[in-house]
Design a protein around this ligand. Structure first.
Ligand SMILES: NC(=O)c1ccc[n+]([C@@H]2O[C@H](COP(=O)([O-])OP(=O)(O)OC[C@H]3O[C@@H](n4cnc5c(N)ncnc54)[C@H](OP(=O)(O)O)[C@@H]3O)[C@@H](O)[C@H]2O)c1
Length: 298
């Protein structure tokens, strides 16, 4: 799965190449977490609908899919495989490690070298690939976001799996700037996936640091997750532009920094189409200033 991009330069927000990799993706991709059952546990209500979302995404030019084998668990990766295998040449699948889902549906951390190695093999088996394109180490952190603490053991474990050829490139998720700097002493980090959107902007400084290094910043929950963003300012800007609030929220992220890649999640083809069309939205300086005010009010 290396880059053989046939999309135009400007489609889906234009292109981004992960640093020092052959992987070039359109800036709007797709996050697959919503394809599992309620609470990201068990199978979806409608498997055919889940398959249709993935196929429509790829047919429209999406070549960056975010997943994890602990979604379901296993189910989201199995749906990706069923929908898309054999994978298009240019598709980059990014997965993450660091959690597990016992039978009670709870979220538990799984970060020992043995856990991480087993999770790599789970991803390889369920996606049916020989090597994983990009693997994010997802730190568990605190309830509201990352928490400081060494991630050296986990990153060196991933670097070892990379040397074995099981992982092509390494990223991080739910980390601080200090953890990023620590990780960079053990591995070449190509992307960071943290919680960020119009209303949650704790990573503004980190995004700029990553942009200077050419590293992708991939906001998770770009629409604010299971309770999508609600703001009278966002609705007013969307109405003025003749678009939908969620499209404006995504367009704002595309405008925020050229190293931002989007992975909005949806279980619906209708919402997927809306999200992909956000690339066509041009925001003026005035629109951006108004939208910037949303976080200031929080
Ligand atoms: N690293 C991490 O810790 C982490 C954490 C969370 C998520 N992620 C990744 O990030 C991806 C995105 O995050 P997310 O899925 O949690 O949240 P999100 O993309 O912010 O929002 C998803 C929610 O918005 C709804 N939605 C999507 N498009 C919409 C539209 N056009 N109009 C109205 N509602 C819309 C979806 O419902 P419908 O299904 O009804 O469209 C769903 O409830 C995930 O899929 C996953 O791959 C990573």
């Amino acid at each position: 799965m290396n880059s053989n991009n046939t999309m135009s330069e400007s489609a889906l927000g234009g292109r981004f190449t992960f640093p020092r990799t052959p992987f070039t993706v359109q800036r709007i991709g797709y996050g697959a977490m919503q394809l599992a059952g309620p609470g990201v546990f068990g199978p979806p209500k409608d498997r055919e609908a889940a398959l249709a979302v993935l196929r429509e995404a790829v047919a429209t030019g999406v070549n960056h899919i975010d997943t994890a084998d602990f979604y379901g668990p296993h189910i989201t990766n199995q749906i990706i495989r069923q929908a898309l295998y054999p994978y298009p040449e240019d598709l980059v699948i990014v997965t993450k490690l660091g959690a597990m889902r016992p039978a009670d549906g709870s979220w538990q951390s799984a970060i020992s070298p043995q856990d991480l190695t087993a999770a790599v093999h789970d991803n390889l088996r369920n996606l049916d690939v020989e090597a994983l394109d990009i693997v994010n180490y997802r730190a568990m952190g605190a309830i509201h976001g990352p928490a400081e603490g060494s991630i050296a053991e986990q990153v060196t474990t991933l670097a070892g799996l990379q040397r074995q050829g099981l992982i092509r490139h390494i990223g991080l998720s739910n980390v601080t700037a200090t953890q990023l700097a620590e990780a960079q002493t053990f591995a070449d980090i190509v992307c960071v996936q943290n919680n960020y959107n119009l209303a949650t902007r704790g990573d503004d400084a980190l995004i700029d640091v990553l942009a200077r290094q050419g590293i992708a910043y991939v906001p998770f929950s770009p629409l604010a997750g299971s309770t999508p963003l609600q703001s009278s300012t966002l609705s007013a800007v969307a109405e003025r532009l003749g678009s939908k609030p969620m499209q404006v929220a995504l367009a704002w992220l595309l405008h925020r920094s050229p190293n931002i890649l989007l992975i909005p999640g949806t279980s619906s083809v209708g919402h997927l189409r809306e999200n992909l069309a956000a690339a066509n939205l041009k925001l003026s300086r005035e629109d951006l200033a108004e939208l910037d005010g949303i976080a200031a009010k929080n």
